[in-house]
Design a protein around this ligand. Structure first.
Ligand code: ATP
Length: 384
């Protein structure tokens, strides 16, 4: 039987709607007019830099903060004025934060004992949850005798016994070492798929978000910047913030102006000799959607094709720095220099590790037009 069809898990289903939610702390607008619909069984990650309002939004859904404006609905019911206990959702704290002196059984039973549930019911629920999570043989152990993945299951079990409709997780893997985080990511994703429990997961780590989310909600300064699948957010950022935030190394973003060149329109990258030809289709989008001729040109490091010899449409530049990282090379390519500030205008390109080149050597750069991004310099919105 699929776990999501298990009778205990079926209680977990929930849809969460956020309508124009605003939460302030004095003059600070922590969450600013946020609208979002989280579907039943979905795994949504709130992603953004420190201070962007992720935790405040999560705490507002849990009922630990009360927004001044807007509405929060769980399964169609407005919960703005309900206490956390009445919202039927579980806030899952850091996975390793189990009570060290209690056994796994007592850790999982803890929330039920706290509400004075009768002992036979507690036993039944702990056993059910342990069976679902396949940790029955661990019930007598103390947390210090568990692996990281097992601790994660116990922490989830502790949340599940209350039969919540959704899990809310605030950086549960923070402070864990890198390898353990990687293992826990795939384990959590797998479990969430099996359980089908609606989950909101907060992180500032984009790799964590990309690897687990059904959809990522990118936040900045209290506002929702974009919501979409990891591929949508990565491949089609809607604005300059999302473009610069997603990806490591990040997208190359260089200012430029659209000007005529040899009877055609091209983007001249400021303070360089680089002119980028623009397709008719892209120029049609520019004419339709932009009020300016000033843009930010964006291209991801993996979408720059670097050649050692001249290509038909290649743009000539020179190698500034090479980082050989084993599985890839990251090559900094010098395009020009700002005469006022002395700042170098560079592209970072990702190449195959077998690609050999020396600092100072000339290279020719090509881009596939469908992997090139243009952002309006005034509105910072993508031109598509
Ligand atoms: P982090 O990743 O660092 O936890 P975050 O994206 O979760 O950041 P929040 O913790 O939601 O951000 O904070 C959003 C803004 O609200 C920040 O400017 C923060 O300083 C402010 N803030 C949060 N809680 C309070 C509070 N209790 N009192 C005053 N200001 C607060």
């Amino acid at each position: 039987m699929l776990l999501s069809h298990h009778p205990i898990v079926q209680n977990f289903m929930a849809e969460i709607q956020l309508k124009s939610v605003t939460k302030r702390f004095g003059d600070v607008v922590a969450v600013n007019n946020l609208n979002l619909e989280i579907h039943d069984q979905e795994f949504v990650v709130f992603l953004g830099p420190s201070g962007c309002g992720k935790t405040t939004m999560l705490r507002s859904i849990a009922g630990l903060e009360y927004p001044e404006e807007g509405d929060i609905f769980i399964d169609g019911k407005r919960v703005n004025n309900l206490s956390p206990a009445d919202r039927d959702i579980a806030f899952v704290f850091q996975f390793y934060a189990l009570y060290p002196h209690l056994t796994v059984y007592d850790n999982i039973a803890f929330p039920l004992k706290a509400v004075k549930m009768p002992k036979p019911e507690i036993q039944k629920r702990v056993k059910e949850v342990a069976a679902i999570l396949r940790i029955e043989e661990l019930l007598g152990r103390k947390p210090s005798h568990l692996s990281g993945g097992e601790m994660q299951r116990v922490a989830l079990g502790r949340a599940m016994v209350r039969r919540p409709r959704a899990f809310l997780m605030d950086e549960p893997m923070a402070n864990l070492d890198a390898k353990l985080r990687v293992d826990m990511r795939s384990e959590l994703k797998h479990l969430q798929r099996e359980l089908g429990t609606t989950t909101i997961f907060v992180t500032h780590d984009q790799v964590e978000a990309m690897s687990m989310a059904d959809r990522i909600a990118v936040m900045h300064q209290g506002g929702l910047q974009q919501i979409g699948t990891p591929q949508e957010v990565y491949n089609a950022p809607e604005n300059l913030f999302v473009a610069g935030f997603m990806g490591s190394p990040s997208m190359n973003l260089v200012a430029g102006e659209i000007q005529p060149q040899n009877g055609k329109w091209a983007l001249h990258l400021t303070h360089t000799d680089i002119w980028i030809a623009l397709s008719n289709q892209r120029m049609a989008c520019v004419h339709q959607n932009a009020q300016t001729h000033e843009f930010i040109f964006g291209v991801r490091p993996e979408h720059i094709i670097v050649s050692k010899s001249q290509t038909e449409s290649g743009l000539k530049a020179s190698v500034h720095l090479i980082e050989a990282l084993g599985s890839v090379n990251i090559i900094d390519i010098l395009l020009g220099e700002n005469p006022d500030t002395g700042a170098l205008i560079l592209f970072r390109a990702r190449t195959h590790p077998a690609f050999r080149i020396d600092v100072g050597q000339p290279v020719w750069l090509d881009f596939d037009d469908k992997h090139v991004h243009l952002f309006d310099r005034d509105t910072e919105k993508a031109i598509r």
